[in-house]
Write a protein that binds this ligand. Structure first.
Ligand code: BG6
Length: 494
């Protein structure tokens, strides 16, 4: 991970970003605006073009118009290629890229972005490979890299098969599996917080930490994506990727360097040390739920089963909570609770690290005085910040201890607005820095860890009921039970 400044833009030789699914939702909402902001900040090379590829019959002008971007942004560097995801499509694209390269004097370095449904990943890569478009930087060719959107597989076997097939066309260092949580400032800051501030390192272990909670709560429902969500559920949609990545960065050992593989090797060690979860009976480490109709803020919303493209009998989980242990020296015995859900009472992603209680002498021996636990809360979104909770003497003639907090807010400390996750990730992929992308072994180990849960839920699907929770709540009652049996409770709302 390097720092970038305007004068050191990403790659002075320039190149193309080719977005498959160029007229789709992700391109319009996230990718093209991110590129436009990068251009405005002077972070894109001069010789640079974006090419949208897709089956919609658009031309350059209608592609530009459909993007909704304004003329001052990046419109003049945007082109469209109407092609399908076959070898013939790749030929059409190849011709177009050569034409544009000549016309605009842009070198043929190409970052392909697969913003398409997962069943199109392999056909596209195979077609590009057959057309000779995914070569390494050799023989006078430029480089080519491929960003692959999630979901990367839907279980261990499919992720392994996908990796095997893709790796028969590309080398691992050409593959950029994207997890947009890794592009969030607050997530990137975990490494800086932990390893640039040596006061925390000695207390970052089972010796001092009682438990860690990672929450990613959304107030949104499935937003018209019922068809996709029905085959995913929150375990695949959020936990396998985003939450597991955050867990790794919170708990990994210091890497030997910031080299992408040194960082990813440490994440892999965390994933390898995860203890298999208990999945049955009262001790189950995993609970799930599905939202029923309810009220989120002032809005009455329907239940998951009433969403378009969702069957009335669906048992897909829209909420899950897990208790996880990392069986290594640093974390032995420290429970890490993960939870994520849709239609929760609040939107927020945070990591809460709760420290152990102090010895019960001094203040706790005074009647009625309880010293609160120290906590560090990393607020990833919204309102990025870090909160340190402390016990403080309440003003007065006797000793009373109150919980207070030291609050660091990004927006107060830094004038600039945090870049969107996709800006950073596009930039990194373009300049060949894979630190914030997921390596094949990380993805597979995460699937491997969750595979028994997927199997259990599949085997009981249709037989057992899924607990419902009202939209706008903190999830099913069992989520509280998961912690209550450990004599703990969730910090903050979901
Ligand atoms: C995506 C999921 O990966 O992350 C969505 O597919 C989810 O279902 C989204 O809404 C959440 O991202 P963010 O950045 O809004 O927390």
């Amino acid at each position: 991970m390097q720092e970038l400044s305007v004068s050191q833009n990403l790659s002075s030789d320039g190149g193309f970003i080719v977005i498959f699914g160029g007229s789709g939702d992700l391109a319009r909402r996230k990718l093209l605006p991110a590129l436009a902001r990068l251009r405005t900040q002077g972070l894109l090379p001069e010789k640079f073009a974006v090419v949208g590829v897709g089956r919609s019959n658009l031309d350059d002008a209608s592609f530009r118009e459909k993007s909704g971007l304004d003329a001052a942004s990046i419109l003049d560097q945007m082109y469209y290629c109407h092609a399908d995801y076959t070898v013939q499509g790749a030929q059409i694209l190849d011709v177009r890229l050569h034409e544009l390269a000549n016309q605009l004097s842009v070198p043929l370095n190409v970052l392909f972005y697969l913003s398409v449904p997962p069943d199109a990943f392999l056909p596209i890569i195979a077609a590009l490979s057959q057309q000779g478009m995914v070569h390494q930087n050799s023989d006078g060719h430029g480089w080519s890299r491929v960003i692959i959107e999630k979901p990367f597989g839907r279980d261990l076997a499919s992720a392994q098969a996908l990796n095997r097939s893709i790796l028969s066309h590309l080398t691992e260092d050409q593959i950029y599996r994207i997890d947009h949580y890794l592009g969030k400032e607050g997530v990137q800051n975990l490494l800086v917080f932990r390893f640039a501030n040596p006061i925390f390192e000695p207390i970052w272990s089972a010796r001092h930490i009682d438990n860690i909670q990672i929450t990613a709560a959304e107030t949104l429902g499935v937003e018209g994506r019922g068809g996709y969500y029905e085959s995913a559920g929150v375990l695949r949609d959020m936990i396998q990727n985003h939450l597991m990545q955050v867990l790794c960065l919170t708990c990994m050992e210091p890497p030997a360097s910031l080299d992408p593989d040194d960082v990813r090797n440490e994440k892999v060690k965390v994933l390898k040390a995860l203890r298999a979860m208990c999945l049955s009976g009262e001790d189950s480490d995993v609970i799930r739920g599905q939202y029923a109709a309810g009220k989120v803020g002032a809005d009455l919303v329907c239940g998951y089963r009433e969403e378009p493209d969702v069957p009335e009998t669906s048992t897909t989980e829209t909420f899950a909570a897990l208790r996880v242990f990392i069986d290594n020296f640093r974390w032995a015995g420290v429970p890490i609770y993960l939870r994520s859900g849709k239609r929760m009472s609040h939107r927020g992603t945070q990591i809460t690290v709760t420290f152990k209680e102090g010895a019960k002498i001094l203040f706790n021996s005074l009647p009625g005085v309880v010293a609160p636990r120290n906590r560090i809360i990393f607020q990833i979104q919204p309102d990025e910040g870090i909160l340190l909770e402390l016990g403080t003497k309440r003003p007065g003639q006797s000793i009373r201890i109150e919980k207070t907090s030291m609050n660091f807010a990004w927006h107060e400390a830094f004038e600039s607005v945090s870049p969107e996750a996709y800006e950073r990730l596009l930039l990194d992929a373009f300049r060949g820095d894979a630190t914030l992308f997921v390596r094949s072994d990380e993805s597979e180990l995460s699937w491997k860890f969750l595979q028994p849960v997927l199997e259990k839920w599949t085997s009981t699907s249709g037989k057992s009921k899924i607990p419902l929770y009202p939209a706008g709540s903190d999830g099913p009652d069992a989520a509280q039970g998961l912690l209550a049996r450990d004599d703990r409770e969730w910090v903050g709302h979901a």
